[in-house]
Design a protein around this ligand. Structure first.
Ligand SMILES: Cc1cc2nc3c(=O)[nH]c(=O)nc-3n(C[C@H](O)[C@H](O)[C@H](O)COP(=O)(O)OP(=O)(O)OC[C@H]3O[C@@H](n4cnc5c(N)ncnc54)[C@H](O)[C@@H]3O)c2cc1C
Length: 396
């Protein structure tokens, strides 16, 4: 474990260390058809120099699914019904492609007035009703020992999050394709892990009584900013668009955001909202981030704000497969998509990839759900050493 930890990036290690700081867990429901095994293990982090010891919860299950979009939820629905203990690990139910889709007019059987997030809520609830456990956490690293090298090790696939480690017999990659594209903001890459972060739930606790900036106008950014208000003295929420000023354009944009969360954030005394303001640069020194530079349209003078952390969220996300947490452990194609065979198997035995993370031309909810079904049936065959897939509608 220690070797793995040392191999992780500075940001990942920061995330691990943050698990040690008491903070509210954002986990949602947790019901199981077959009980997963939960243990607590003691391990060390990069902060071991200060003799810090972590008590890390470890969950053992049959199927770990990274990503709670339509692909992950459908897969979980099928594996749970097949009596395989299943854990979905999802960064944020509001940040995936389906979650930000205002209306779904082409998912069979669903009324065209239904929003993407409503459809996703139903998919998640259905998977949970069959016994899947939904954990809200950001995965930052996986470890995938192929089964032929695992020997007697039954739970040979490991998924790391700041609070919990999941050890599974099979692993499904379903993190979608909302990854960042385009050029980062100047200073963003330089200070990544040294004050720049993409995960408030991972790193927020480092900013107790500090000033931080959150950049982005999505529901994800709002949720992350709200989380930071638990720790930071001041949260500068910077949006390049106007959201709350009561203008027509602001109201239109407003509609796609979670109104309750938006109100909560704007009413929070620690929040300073800077509308129609662009984040131009993240500044710092050897200690990490010290300031951000922002600009309002029509103004020649930039403003520099003193902060210790800058949390950057693209408005609506990008379109790159999210595979950074895989760290080259599965084969990718030239476009960055995970390569799979017709059973959704990746280059590593026992590891599957479904939905937009495959980066095909067919990025659709119905395709993601279909991938999830195929992977689940393939996993059932694999874990139960069957020669053929078991179809659950053939009833005797
Ligand atoms: C604006 C927009 C409109 C669209 N409209 C339609 C439409 O009308 N009809 C249609 O069929 N399709 C539509 N699509 C496409 C469709 O939404 C996607 O094809 C589908 O959602 C893909 O499902 P997925 O489960 O692979 O990924 P996603 O839906 O993106 O879900 C991925 C999940 O993984 C989580 N995640 C990401 N990284 C991590 C991590 N490190 N750790 C843990 N969890 C992680 C995310 O939080 C998210 O919950 C639209 C897409 C967009 C962007």
């Amino acid at each position: 474990m220690l070797v793995l930890l040392l191999a992780a990036s500075a940001s990942c290690l920061a995330s691990f260390a943050s698990a040690f700081v008491a903070r509210p867990s954002p986990s949602l429901s947790s019901s199981l058809s077959r009980p997963t095994t939960t243990t607590t293990t003691t391990t060390t982090t990069a902060r071991a120099t200060t003799s810090t010891l972590l008590r890390m919860e470890v969950i053992e299950c049959d199927v770990a699914i990274v990503g709670g979009g339509p692909a992950g939820c459908t897969c979980a629905l099928y594996t749970s019904r097949a009596d395989l203990s299943t854990v979905i690990i999802d960064k944020n139910p509001a940040s995936g492609a389906l979650a930000i889709t205002s209306h779904i007019a082409n998912y069979p059987g669903v009324d065209r007035s239904m929003s993407g997030s409503e459809l996703l809520d139903q998919m998640r609830a259905q998977a949970v009703s069959y016994g899947a456990r939904y954990l809200r956490a950001q995965v930052f690293m996986i470890d995938v020992v192929a089964d032929d090298e695992a020997g007697d090790e039954r739970h040979a696939k490991t998924v790391y999050t700041p609070d919990v480690t999941i050890r599974a017999r099979s692993l499904v990659l379903a993190a979608g394709a909302m990854g960042r594209v385009g050029k980062p903001i100047p200073g963003e890459s330089e200070y990544l892990g040294r004050g720049v972060s993409y995960c408030a739930t991972c790193d927020g606790a480092f900013y107790r009584d500090s000033a931080v900036a959150v950049y982005g106008a999505s529901t994800e950014a709002i949720e992350e900013a709200l989380f930071l208000t638990k720790f930071a003295k001041v949260v500068y929420w910077i949006t390049s668009v106007d959201i709350s000023m009561g203008t027509d354009a602001g109201l239109e944009r407003n509609k796609v955001l979670d109104q309750g969360l938006l109100r909560q954030l704007l009413e929070c005394p620690a929040v300073r909202h800077m509308e129609r303001t662009r984040l131009i640069e993240v500044l710092g020194d050897a200690s990490g981030v010290t300031h951000v530079r922002v600009r309002r349209p029509g103004s020649d003078d930039d403003t520099t704000i003193e902060v210790e952390g800058a949390f950057v969220y693209g408005a609506g996300g990008g379109s790159k497969p999210i595979t950074d947490f895989c760290q080259s452990k599965v084969a990718l194609d030239e476009g960055g998509g995970v390569i799979v065979d017709e059973d959704m198997k990746t280059s590593v035995d026992g590891v599957y990839a479904i939905g937009d993370i495959r980066n095909t031309d067919y990025k659709q909810v119905v395709v993601a759900a279909s991938d999830g079904c195929i992977a689940a049936m393939s996993i059932e065959k694999f874990l139960n050493n069957r020669k053929t897939v078991k179809v659950d509608w053939i009833h005797k």
